[in-house]
Write a protein that binds this ligand. Structure first.
Ligand code: A2P
Length: 276
């Protein structure tokens, strides 16, 4: 199996450590702990999602764990991500607490949520979490091409994933290329621009032409670039809609039209403004 290639069914991507990440996941950022998050994860699993993305900073790991347990879907069938909150000092100790909240014995992916305090200090702890079997894969999030180089230079293994804000309106082409050159899988968060991109005229026109919704077009744009993507919704019908992206295709012309919406100037940066 080749790193970066898709699995035979075209639904998952092979990471540089040999593990597989489903292209479609549910992101649970900004879901409140309790009923809202439990329902969303439950519905996603019903509709066939097999990839859930949470974080220590979201404060809803317990709800993700509750929904997973209640779903009856075997643990091994679900790709579970959480993120190290970098205002804590110890990635291993923080993950031990996440595992307790999630009620699992490992996560599939553990990533540094953002490079606060520098790109490299937390990486040895991330590698240790992997060695202990707490995380099958480890990676980073919100890292620029330069920060990615730093962490690769400092570590014994490279990150498997760099999860960043990515969509046709945030088409960070140079960052995507830097990840590809290094065998790191770029993963897209906020594929709908936290909802803002849904009103974009071009996105709407492409959607109308194809008899699809703007959300489906935006998620499909990522999938068609072999980029794993984690749209967020708390609504049952939208969660279902966002998963129906393997039954249609964007033409080369559609892709070009959407690529041209990029507002980042093809940057190799992960963010326009750091929040820390
Ligand atoms: P809600 O959670 O109320 O359904 P992103 O994934 O880029 O962060 O975008 C998430 C935002 O987009 C949320 O506000 C979510 O609202 C909204 N959203 C998600 N899917 C859809 C959809 N299919 N149609 C309309 N809005 C959606």
């Amino acid at each position: 199996m080749t790193t970066g290639a898709l699995t035979a069914d075209g639904r998952a991507r092979i990471l540089n450590d040999g593990n597989q990440i489903p292209l479609l996941g549910l992101g649970v950022w900004q879901m409140s702990d309790g009923r809202e998050c439990i329902d969303a994860v439950r519905w996603a699993l019903e509709f066939g999602y097999r990839h859930i993305d949470t974080a220590q900073a979201y404060g809803n790991e317990e709800s993700v764990g509750t929904a997973l347990l209640a779903s009856g879907v075997p643990r091994d069938d679900v790709f579970l991500t959480t993120k190290f909150f970098p205002r804590n000092r110890d990635p291993v100790a923080a993950l031990e607490q996440s595992l307790r909240r999630l009620r699992v014995d490992h996560v599939d992916l553990y990533i540094i949520h953002w490079p606060e305090g520098g790109a490299t200090w937390a990486w040895p702890g991330m590698e240790r979490a992997r060695e202990l079997g707490y995380a099958r894969s480890v990676g980073v999030s919100n890292f620029s091409a330069t920060q990615l180089e730093e962490v690769i230079g400092a570590g014994s293994i490279p990150p498997a994933v760099n999860q960043v804000q990515f969509s046709s309106l945030h088409y960070r082409r140079a960052l995507l290329e830097a990840c590809q050159r290094r065998g790191v899988t770029l993963e897209a968060y906020s594929p709908l621009g936290t909802g803002r991109h849904l009103a974009n005229q071009t996105v709407r026109q492409v959607a109308q032409r194809l008899g699809r919704t703007p959300a489906q077009v935006l998620v499909r744009w990522c999938v068609q670039r072999d980029v794993p993507v984690i749209p967020k919704s708390t609504h049952r019908q939208r969660i279902e809609e966002n998963a129906d992206i393997f039954s249609f295709h964007l033409s080369d012309e559609d892709m070009l039209e959407l690529d041209a919406l990029d507002e980042t100037d093809g940057t190799d940066r992960a963010l326009e403004h750091a929040w820390w």
